[in-house]
Write a protein that binds this ligand. Structure first.
Ligand SMILES: *Cc1c(COP(=O)(O)O)cnc(C)c1O
Length: 385
């Protein structure tokens, strides 16, 4: 089974390009909204997954907040119409100009990852005569059972403040006149499909909250980050993660305090399945032991396979001929520029359109001009109706 694409209407459209299924994105957003409204949870879309301005505007229109990891993303969130009071700003290395921009924009809060950062935010807030709201990002030492390069919640990772140090940091914050602590923040990694990792997170968060309360600290907000994975192997059958089960875990396990707000920062789960990278076959090359389908897209358009050994389902949209086995590769002058090895595709010829599926998250936004290539264009299903 292949995806449903308006191939006939793509005549003359230059490949490679990103194609976004807006109907699927809207359905995904509506599902998240329904599941979070059930429990009064707040969702901040993690902009780094896909910062295409049209996508940001659509997501903002559903009333979601934004999770940003740079000044550029804070600006993009403000430009797209996200409510500043629903913008959160994380990252281990926030530069002064980025902090100033966020203070000026009156964002909801900074997710602070170290004491030195806290002190700089306090100074810059004082200079603007403002109080900065902060949550502390806690490193809960939870194994997310995901790829090492996208695990963030282990003690060995650079992210967050270790459990043993958090009470001291909270005490330190009390001495700062332009800081208001509004909560705790966690984000344990990405592409997490094993719900037990989220269950572990809930239990660790409960323990920590109990401990800190005993020392007199209370929190208006608990932010559990993002990380929910998508099914890269079955984009046609499972076009959305099981949001109902995901949010139910937190509803069931988090010992929520009276009036406390619970926040999430999903990125990949929101946009991952709605995007595909569409590419043309330039050449079919018969090697000694392999057949190569050489595409006009490479890791400059989609770096996940090269960077994280990620799998993307690959479909030949132009052929119904019997399947053959190909290594599907790009044109970049690097051996890592391979989208898939020993991929079964309907027999391929020059000019065939190839879809790399589930590329809506960490795809377009990570594209580069390496080899002086052009950045890919983006089209939306509604452009071809
Ligand atoms: C990347 C990131 C997210 C989103 O992660 P996904 O796996 O795309 O859901 C959320 N919060 C923070 C702090 C992040 O860095």
């Amino acid at each position: 089974m292949k995806g449903n694409f308006p191939v006939a209407k793509w005549n003359g459209v230059q490949t490679p390009f990103y194609f976004y299924d807006i109907e699927l994105l809207k359905r995904t957003l509506a599902t998240i909204k329904a599941e979070t409204d059930k429990y009064g949870f707040c969702q901040h879309y993690a902009i780094k997954a896909n910062a295409n301005p049209r996508i940001l505007k659509l997501i903002a229109s559903y009333g979601f907040g934004a999770d940003c990891v740079s000044g550029g993303e804070v600006q993009a969130a403000l430009d797209a119409g996200f409510d500043p009071h629903k913008i959160v700003f994380a990252g281990v290395g926030k530069a002064d100009w980025e902090i100033n921009l966020a203070l000026k924009g009156d964002i909801f809060c900074f997710n602070v990852e170290s004491i030195p950062e806290l002190h700089i935010i306090n100074e810059l807030a004082a200079a603007q005569n403002k109080t900065a709201r902060v949550e502390f990002r806690v490193n809960p030492n939870v194994d997310a059972h995901t790829h090492a390069k996208i695990t963030t919640g282990l003690s060995e990772n650079k992210f967050g403040i270790n459990l043993s140090q958090i009470a001291a940091v909270l005490k330190d914050a009390q001495t700062l006149s332009n800081i208001e602590v509004v909560g705790l923040h966690f984000h344990i990694g990405s592409q997490i499909t094993d719900m037990s990792a989220f269950k572990d997170l809930c239990i660790k968060a409960n323990d920590l909250q109990n401990q800190l309360e005993a020392q007199g600290f209370t929190f208006a907000n608990m932010n559990f980050g993002g990380g929910l994975g998508i099914d890269y192997h079955h984009p046609n059958h499972i076009d959305m993660p099981d949001f109902a089960s995901y949010f139910a875990v937190f509803n069931q396990l988090v010992e929520r305090r009276e009036g406390q707000a619970i926040h999430f920062e999903l990125g990949r789960a929101v946009v991952g399945q709605c995007g595909s990278l569409i590419s043309s076959v330039l050449y079919v090359k018969e090697g000694e032991v392999k057949k190569f389908a050489i595409l006009d897209a490479g890791f400059t358009e989609l770096i996940r396979p090269a960077m994280y050994d990620a799998y993307h389902r690959i479909e030949n949209l132009s052929s119904d001929l019997p399947q053959e086995t190909y290594d599907v590769v790009g044109p970049i002058c690097e051996s890592s520029d391979v989208f898939g090895k020993d991929v079964s595709l309907n027999q391929v010829k020059r000019g065939d359109l190839i879809a790399l599926r589930s590329a809506g998250a960490y795809g377009e936004v990570m594209s580069s001009t390496y080899n002086l290539r052009k950045l890919p264009a983006a089209y939306f299903s509604e452009d071809f109706e």
